[in-house]
Design a protein around this ligand. Structure first.
Ligand code: GSH
Length: 239
């Protein structure tokens, strides 16, 4: 395959990127054994869809992890769910959509609207723009996310309801995992890869926020996230 560049938010908390969708994409590439170059770009507006991550392949910029993974899967012949039954595929799809379309709102709310998340964003802004502008940059960013989260729906609820909604998703994931190694099969599926992207930042960030704290109190879930983190193409091929 020709040279592939993946544009992601910068890394932190021991992760190669703080972006949930970037982590999902990077993990899928690792499982596929597809080499890539990571380029740090913290302005999503530079991407073809105004969202992070995106890739550059054969001179073309492509956004949206679902579209990117679909394209690269076709080109490489790597189908992460090749051995799943139609029912397992449906389950994996439903979990992925729950995490991307609902849980992602909770993650962003804790990061941008919760006081402890917002303090992290302010400190981060100070590392990116000169001091006098950092406060303004952080509040512009935070206002933009508030507006988005209100439009998506989550920010219309009280703090308690948002936390309960987030924990309900985590409960569902933990119940589905049960005593298994991965969510729907004995190897990672798209549900696991997506969950890694969406849950791992909250499991790792040091800020005290309600749903992140709840994830950190679930050893079985943390062990599974580490298992996905450690999964590589070699293991898949050897399995
Ligand atoms: N459906 C997209 C979602 C990407 C997404 O929501 N990215 C967020 C960061 S995790 C983003 O760039 N937000 C910035 C913005 O909306 O301004 C994908 O799968 O790549």
């Amino acid at each position: 395959m020709t040279a592939l560049t993946v544009f992601t938010f910068s890394g932190d908390w021991g992760l190669p990127s703080t972006g949930p969708f970037a982590l999902k994409l990077i993990k899928w590439l690792e499982l596929a054994g597809i080499p890539y170059r990571q380029a740090i770009e913290n302005s999503p507006g530079k991407g073809p869809k105004g969202k992070n991550p995106w890739i550059e392949l054969d001179g073309e910029r492509i956004g949206d992890t679902e579209i990117i993974i679909g394209l690269l899967a076709k080109r490489s012949g790597f189908d992460i769910e090749a051995e799943l039954s139609p029912e397992q595929k449906a389950l994996s799809h439903a979990v992925r959509r729950m995490l991307e379309e609902h849980f992602h709102q909770v993650l962003e709310w804790e990061l941008f609207a919760h006081a402890n998340g917002a303090a992290y964003i302010r400190d981060l802004a100070a590392t990116m723009v000169p001091r006098p502008l950092a406060g303004t940059a952080a509040s512009v960013y935070s206002r933009r996310f508030h507006k988005q989260l209100h439009a998506r729906g989550i920010a219309r609820h009280s703090d308690e309801i948002i936390a309960a909604k987030g924990k309900a998703d985590v409960d569902a994931v933990e119940a589905l995992l049960g005593e298994k190694l991965f969510l729907v099969a004995d190897r990672p599926s798209m549900a696991d890869v997506t969950a890694y992207g969406l849950l791992m930042p909250m499991a790792k960030w040091p800020m005290r926020t309600p749903v992140a704290d709840d994830i950190k109190r679930r050893p079985r879930l943390l062990a599974w996230l580490d298992r996905i983190s450690d999964s590589r193409a070699e293991q898949r091929l050897a399995a």
